[in-house]
Design a protein around this ligand. Structure first.
Ligand code: PEP
Ligand code: MN
Length: 349
């Protein structure tokens, strides 16, 4: 059962009392304007009626199909995830996260960070732990890669997103990065989801390559139930019968996710297509479809990239995409996050 309240302290205390009196355990999920109680076990009709009649209670959801902390019915407003350094995902502004698929060296990371930060990205992406399909492929620099990312973040004051593959690495990744990425291959790794949730850091949850929207939301629920509300969804393509692209970007799922839930949704057209020439059209389509931002592979020398070079935008490609994105966002009535940040800094009032 979910009990949705207006979050006034007197109401919270009253709900607590009713639940305790009825021997019901629960977790509390506060938010900007509502507090949701996720109640374990079964509540009798009399208790449900009493809870629903309590002033300050907005809704009591008892149907098994309604037990979703991510649902718009539970929180009508889109969740704004503060990822640090003044950057918010899910707010009015459209956010671009960009960088190499994998962190390779300090010099290359420096170059790429300059390109993406100057070009309009607000978040730096880069994998230190890489989930590769073959064990002989480059597995990432690991802890050394984390240190390089942490250094970029310190020098450039840009928030960093990087993947965590193993529950034992969550603490280290949470120390070096602002957002923990759960990759498509780990979307069903529930112990990892719980551990990432417990870190308290924002979690970027990629859709599994064969996961339904329902399963994707189920994975988000695992993070939310730890008490961590900072979840960002990311559509990155699903496996279909179509080999012309690496995966099939499912923009329908983006529209569904935005209606169904209150969590912000990013789109990764790089991993979806696997081909740099297809990234621009699908990035623009994602913005038009209502995504809250993009996750993009960018590399200054993609031909030498140790991972996914074929899908990485060059500096020129990235600048061109951003030049096309700005007027589209204007037409959509949505500023680019990096532009609003510059404005805010330039205007102290
Ligand atoms: C990535 O973003 O680096 C990545 C491996 O993506 P995915 O999990 O979507 O394949
Ligand atoms: Mn990749």
């Amino acid at each position: 059962m979910l009990v949705i309240t207006n979050a006034r302290p007197s109401v919270l205390a009253r709900i607590d009392r009713i639940l305790v009196e009825n021997g019901l355990t629960h977790t509390r999920h506060p938010g900007p304007d509502r507090c949701v109680f996720a109640v374990d076990g079964h509540a009798g009709t009399a208790t449900v009626t009493r809870l629903a009649a309590t002033p300050g209670v907005i809704d009591v959801l008892t149907a098994p199909g309604d037990q979703w902390l991510s649902a718009r019915r539970v929180r009508p407003r889109t969740t704004r995830v503060d990822v640090g350094f003044g950057v918010e995902v899910g707010g009015d502004a459209f956010v671009v996260a960009a960088g190499p698929c994998a962190v390779e060296s300090q010099a290359v990371l420096n170059d790429i960070t300059s390109v993406v930060a100057l070009g309009g990205a607000s978040i730096l992406r880069g994998g230190a732990f890489k989930p590769r399909s073959h064990p002989a492929s480059f597995q990432g620099l690991g802890a050394e890669g984390l240190a390089l990312l942490a250094r970029q973040r310190e020098i450039t004051a840009i928030p960093v997103v990087t993947e965590v593959l193993d529950p034992r690495h969550v603490a280290a990744v949470a120390e070096s990065a602002d957002i923990l990425q759960i990759g498509a291959r780990n979307m069903h790794n529930f112990e990892l989801l719980k551990e990432a949730g417990r870190s308290g850091r924002p979690v970027l949850l990629k859709r599994g390559l064969a996961a339904t929207v329902d399963e994707w939301f189920g994975a988000a629920e695992y993070v939310l139930r730890t008490g961590n509300p900072h979840v960002i969804l990311c559509e990155r393509g699903i496996r279909t019968f179509e080999p012309a692209t690496r995966f099939t970007l499912d923009l329908g799922a983006v529209a569904v996710a935005k209606r169904r839930g209150h969590l912000p949704v990013l789109v990764d057209p790089s991993h979806a297509t696997g081909r740099r020439e297809l990234v621009r059209p699908l990035a623009l389509a994602a913005a038009a479809a209502g995504a809250d931002g993009l996750l993009l592979d960018v590399h200054t020398a993609p031909e030498t990239a140790r991972c996914d070079g074929a899908q990485a935008l060059t500096a020129t490609d990235f600048d061109r995409l951003m030049a096309d994105l700005r007027p589209l966002l204007r037409a959509l009535g949505r500023p680019l996050a990096s532009d609003t940040r510059v404005l805010a800094e330039g205007n102290p009032t």
